[in-house]
Write a protein that binds this ligand. Sequence first.
Ligand SMILES: [Zn+2]
Length: 200
Amino acid sequence: MPEAVFDDDCAEAPSAWGVRRLSPLARVGRAALDVVLPPLCLSCQTRITAHDALCPACWRQINFIRPPLCDRMGLPMPFDIGGPMLSAAAIADPPDFDRARAVARFDGLMRELIHAFKFHDSHNARRLFGRWLVEAGQEILKDADLLVAVPLARWRLISRRFNQAQILAIETGKQAHKPVRPFALVRTRATAHQIGLTRA
Ligand SMILES: [Zn+2]
């Protein structure tokens, strides 16, 4: 699954905070739901106008990765030459994958949202993450036949209870209208926790 991506132009537009077109019946249902469960910012719980979204103050804390990007690695580039370009890193040491995109830098509030999603069974952000992934990964998604998720080792699945990559693949597939094969890959060896590892 493409993991993150280029930024979205609508990153600061109110529509990106979660407003979607709903049928009249769905609007009535949603209005009733809003009375019982008013939409709250997924991070600071401030009352906002749309579900599955962040308040503007939290939104501004996300360091979205915006174009121009290295076409291969998705790294931000200092200038735009008006077409696909490769970073020095992609040329010097080409990665095994063809193309990668990322939503945002893994720091600050983004790190907190991901840790809550990954380790605390807090999957409230899945629709928001799905929207971000569809935006950031649109170049890759348009050519994709299907989405697969990186599997977890069995023992880790038991301790974590969910495979969060699978949840994101399913959500991204739903929003991008792409088929998802959550069990297409099988992990044949366990790998170390990322936590505590160095960048290398
Ligand atoms: Zn907030």
